[in-house]
Ligand binder design. Structure first.
Ligand code: UTP
Length: 411
């Protein structure tokens, strides 16, 4: 894109602030900024109308319950499920995908979230604990599990270096692959594009929803096929109690004949801020806690269990062939408030203390709706769910450490 083209486009879109420092830039910087402008996704940016998503995007939803495979039901068939899961794992049919492309802005830790030291009296990192959890299954299955790690352009190099420096925490190097997710521009509350440098638009990772197409773009589908992988277990970086490639979960999902499985826990109370599994217009789905009416949030079944009481913990199984079928499908775009570092009108870099704008994200949770079915698979909360979103308080390093200690992890 030439300067003239960029200028007229940005003028039309009321975004001329992007070129404020253009004349000060080197020719390389000019070229890279024009390239960034040329690649902007205006469909996304136009979604901001006075800071809110256009009402047109809100479609009517018919919500119905989707009962979970609960702990008792799992216990009844546990050995059968475990055997089926271990068989699939021993045949190399399941891979693990770790979502580690997020910015972890709430934690405020300088570095990829997985490099966070979580030990108290010994050296232990979040990535390390996740690898340890996966190694438990590797030893049960008797063979290594392909392990793919999604990073973003902001943390890819530091993540790779960290794994190298720690010798992959003893995981077989040839089974670990990194791939980079895409970025999206970020805007202030008025929808104005922010700059992170005089010659660079502020960009953020575009959410965890694009993981499969990013994996494919990185050429890793071939690797999956070559290895005969049929299932992918996808999980987030911030839960050190995460049990990935769990044989019982895998076996239950395979034997159900479903295309996907979703690990769930019982909500602590009807209004807990978690996405809950349900049916939406007939499809399996996860809806946000605020989408439930008061009546639905409190509804109970004949056993007194909350009808919409099972929350997702970012641990899903998806069949690879189904993921390939839906790869081109659009996921809804979420507009999320974030702290976005930016260059102010005086050319100074500001690192905001509180949220100052929006970024655009697609989310893996929305993939559940693209599956014909899912097994909501209940797990014991205290044993598998200790998210680290913040440093202190709810879902924090503090609360997670308490839960890790209770679960027998030496810190
Ligand atoms: P979060 O929703 O907690 O987002 O990610 P975040 O960016 O890590 O943290 P905050 O909101 O800025 O504090 C849930 C999981 O999805 C991954 C994260 O790394 C985490 O494992 N993720 C998130 C990505 O891989 N890419 C993204 O663009 C966003």
């Amino acid at each position: 894109m030439t300067f003239e083209e960029a200028k007229s486009l940005l003028e039309e879109k009321n975004q001329l602030q992007v070129l404020t420092y253009y004349e000060e830039l080197s020719s390389d910087e000019k070229e890279s900024l024009l390239k960034q402008v040329g690649e902007l996704d205006w469909k996304l940016l136009d979604k901001i109308t006075n800071g809110q998503e256009s009402k047109k995007d809100v479609v009517e939803k018919e919500i119905a319950p989707l009962p979970a495979l609960n702990l008792d039901a799992i216990k009844d068939r546990e050995s059968e499920y475990r055997a089926a899961g271990l068989e699939a794992l021993s045949e190399g049919k399941c891979a693990a995908v770790l979502l580690a492309g997020g910015m972890g802005t709430r934690l405020g830790f300088d570095g990829p979230k997985g490099t966070l030291p979580i030990g108290e009296e010994r050296e232990l990192y979040l990535f390390e604990q996740l690898v340890e959890n996966l190694k438990v299954v590797v030893s049960q299955a008797g063979r290594s599990i392909p392990f793919y790690i999604m990073t973003s352009e902001k943390n890819d190099a530091s993540t790779r270096t960290f794994f190298e420096e720690h010798n992959y925490f003893g995981y077989s190097r040839e089974d670990v692959h990194f791939f980079i997710q895409e970025m999206a521009a970020a805007v202030d509350y008025k929808g104005k594009l922010l700059m992170e440098e005089k010659g660079r638009l502020a960009t953020s990772p575009n959410g965890n929803g694009g993981w499969f197409s990013s994996l494919a773009k990185a050429g890793l589908l071939e690797d999956l096929h070559k290895r005969g992988v049929e299932w992918i277990n996808i999980f987030g970086v911030d839960n050190p109690l995460q049990k990935m490639c769990d044989p019982v979960f895998l076996g239950a999902t395979i034997l159900s004949g479903c295309q996907s499985g979703s690990k769930v826990v019982r909500k602590n109370d009807p209004h807990e801020k978690m996405g809950v599994v349900c049916r939406e217009n007939g499809q399996p789905s996860v809806i946000e806690y605020y989408e439930l009416s008061e009546e639905m949030a409190n509804a109970k079944d004949s056993n007194g269990i909350l009808t919409y009481g099972f929350g997702v913990i970012l641990n899903y199984l998806f069949r690879v062939d189904r993921l390939e079928e839906i790869m081109g499908n659009d996921l809804p775009v979420h507009i999320v408030e974030k702290k976005i570092p930016y260059i102010d009108e005086n050319g100074c870099l500001i690192k905001p203390e509180k949220e100052n704008g929006y970024k655009f994200e697609t989310l893996v949770v929305d993939m559940v709706r693209l599956m014909d079915d899912t097994v909501p698979f209940e797990v014991v909360r205290e044993e598998e769910f200790a998210p680290i979103k913040n440093l202190h308080g709810v879902d924090s390093l503090d609360s997670s450490r308490e839960l890790m200690k209770k679960a027998g992890i030496r810190l």
